[in-house]
Structure formats: C-alpha cells, structure tokens
Design a protein around this ligand. Structure first.
Ligand code: PEP
Ligand code: MN
Length: 371
C-alpha cells in the first residue's frame, strides 16, 4: 500500500504533528475562542466534531451543517486548517463543499465495512488526508480493511489514529490502549503516519499528558488532543478536554525522541544489547522445551496410574510460589500471572494429548511418546 508521508498533507507537519480542538463544535463563539487560543499556542490544525456519534440517544449529537459555516469563516479569519469526523457520504459531500482540510473516520464507523465503503466511494478522486481511528474492538484486520477500502478508492494521504479499545473491565482508562495493536499496524504498514488520541484513551484530562508522552516514546508521529476554552462546561466529553493553555504547556513539556540515531556509540551499544537479548530468548525457548518434555512425562505417569491431568492443589501451589519468586526478582505480578496462565493452558493441553495418545504431526517420535 503506497501511502503519502505527512509532509505531503498540506498542513504544518512539524514533529510531532498536533491536532487540537473541541470534541464538538457547540457555538460559533466557543469554536472561535477555542481556535484563537490554540493558534496562540502555535498550533494551526484544529479538530472539531460537527456530527457526533453518541452512545445513547437524546444527548447532544452535534450542530451539523451550520458548524461548517462557522469553520469556513474561522479558517479565513485565523488562517488555520480544520479536521472533521465524517460518518456517511452526505457528511463527506458537505465537508468537501465547505473546504474542510482533513477528514477522520470515527471508531464506531471503522467497525462497519458498509459505512467505510460508503465514505470511500464518496471520496473517490479527492486528494484530502483521511485519518482512520481504530475500531472500538481490538480487531486489527478491520482497521487494516478500512485503510484498504480508502486506498482502493484512490486516497493515498492516510493516517491512523489510535484511540484505545472498549472494555467491560474497570481500568484506569476509558479505552484501554493495547499498544501492541498500533505497533503491529505499523509493522504491517510501515509508511502509515501514526497519531495517538490520549483524550479518548484516558477519558480524564489529568492523564492526557502522561499518555501523550508514552505515544512519543513509542515513536508516534502526532497527537490529537481534545481542547476546549471552557472544558468543564463542554457539551460532550467534558472530563477529558483541556484548556488551550494546558495544551500549550503539555506540548512544551513533551520529550521529543528521535526515531533513531546515527551516533556510532549508540549503535554499537544497542547492537550489543540486542545480541544479548537474542541469546536470552534462545535460552528461554530451550528451557520451555525442556519444561514441556517434563510435562509430557508427568502426563504419561498420570496416565499409567489413572490420575486426572488437572490437579487443583498443585496448580495453586505453582501459582503462589512463582509469584513470590518473580516478586523477589522485581518482575511484575500481573505479567507473571498472565505468563503462567498461558503456560498452564499449554501444559494441560500437552498432558491430555499424551494421556489420549494424540500425537502432534510436527512432533518426532522421541519428542513426546514417553509411556
Ligand atoms: C471524537 O473524536 O470526538 C470521537 C467521537 O472519538 P471516537 O470515534 O474515538 O470515539
Ligand atoms: Mn470526544
């Protein structure tokens, strides 16, 4: 997939690219005041929700077309560019008509190939940058599929917005980041500009700066941050919006990382550490293989004695001691719990395989059959 780089977007593409503005355009004054104050902080790409997808009906659903007129007037007066969310062909047509500079597809739209295709068809032959937010569920194929639909319609100025994923669990995030997904997207589509949306990930203004920095540490190209001249009184997402002044401070305090370095000392030391990691991984896999061999022997022994594969007491004891060992080595408990859960599932699978005499086709005679 051939994707244009950020510097061909016809926006001020300094690193990191900052897009800031209110969750929703509410009134002409609110949009004007917010934009003017953001511009004073040196940021000139403004976001504003014109049509708002809301979880429940009867809440504020955006101003619609009149907001596009405000945007057109503000653009002329303050010399800024605007990004707007579109969710159907009519939105695209109106946004194009009013000279919007950047479009984005929201998380609730990315989940629907029908909607994405409708937007792609409406954009055929148009050269605007389009950002695609991740779908609300952690489905990478769905996200990539949306890029493919747009790309097949001739849109080459594409970018990804990582806004986190919906979860039923109680966490400190509104949408859990699951950073491995945007990282995997970048691995599969290396040219894709990556923008993080710390506002929707956190849901809390107090956490926006922290997550912005994490994104830059992970080599993201930009941030989209909900900013409002009076955040507490915002008509949508009031708890996560920050003032333009707080935005300015946040951006000034960011540690900007280089994506790599040509410094010879840096490169040789990194190479050295990576070689050590390769060795450690190799040893870890060898240890896992011998652990599996022991598991197979236990399976065979239990079978011979007609005992069930799963023994609750033993499992509880394993779990308890491994957590303690890990703690003494300063390894996070949550990590060790997840790792041992995985190991346990695989070990039980292996034991039942031995007990039922099922042989994995990839396994050699000497590997498993110990009974
Ligand atoms: C938004 O950006 O205001 C928005 C609705 O976000 P999302 O699609 O990520 O929920
Ligand atoms: Mn919002």
């Amino acid at each position: 997939m051939k994707i244009d780089s950020l510097d061909r977007w016809n926006v001020d593409a300094s690193h990191p690219l900052i897009i800031a503005g209110p969750c929703s355009a509410e009134t002409e004054e609110q949009l004007y005041e917010t934009t003017k104050a953001i511009k004073a902080e040196g940021i000139s790409l403004i976001r504003a929700g014109v049509w708002k997808p809301r979880t429940r009906p009867n809440s504020f659903e955006g101003v619609g077309q009149p907001a596009l007129q405000w945007i057109q007037d503000i653009k002329k007066e303050l010399n800024v560019k605007f990004a707007v969310e579109v969710a159907n062909a009519m939105h695209v047509e109106e946004a194009l008509h009013y000279g919007i500079d950047v479009l984005w597809i929201g998380a609730r739209s990315t989940v629907s190939p029908f909607i994405v295709q409708e937007i792609a068809d409406a954009l055929r032959g148009c050269d605007l940058p389009v950002l695609i937010k991740n779908p609300i569920n952690p489905d990478l194929a769905l996200w990539i599929g949306a890029f493919e639909r747009l790309h097949q319609a001739g849109v080459t100025k594409l970018g990804a917005i990582h806004r986190g994923f919906s979860t039923y669990q109680k966490t400190r995030f509104r949408n859990i980041p699951m950073w491995q997904l945007p990282i995997e997207l970048k691995r599969q589509l290396p040219d894709m500009p990556m923008i993080c949306d710390p506002s929707h990930i956190t849901g809390k203004r107090e956490m926006v700066a922290e997550i912005s920095q994490v994104a830059l540490d992970l080599n993201f190209d930009g941030l989209i941050i909900e900013t409002h001249c009076n955040p507490e009184k915002a008509w949508s997402d009031a708890s996560q919006q920050i003032t333009p002044q707080a935005l300015g401070e946040l951006v000034r305090n960011l540690h900007i990382r280089k994506s790599s370095s040509q410094d010879i000392e840096y490169i040789t030391h990194l190479e050295d550490l990576r070689t050590q990691i390769d060795h450690a991984d190799r040893e870890m896999i060898e240890i896992l293989a011998s652990r599996m061999e022991l598991v197979a022997q236990i399976g065979a022994w239990k079978k011979k004695n007609n005992v069930a594969a799963f023994q609750l007491d033993r499992w509880n004891e394993v779990f308890k001691s491994r957590k303690e060992w890990a703690k003494s080595l300063r390894i996070r408990e949550k990590f060790i719990v997840e790792l041992f859960n995985l190991l346990h599932v695989e070990s039980i699978r292996k034991q039942t395989e031995v007990m039922e005499d099922i042989r994995d086709e990839n396994e050699t005679e000497s590997g498993l059959r110990v009974s």
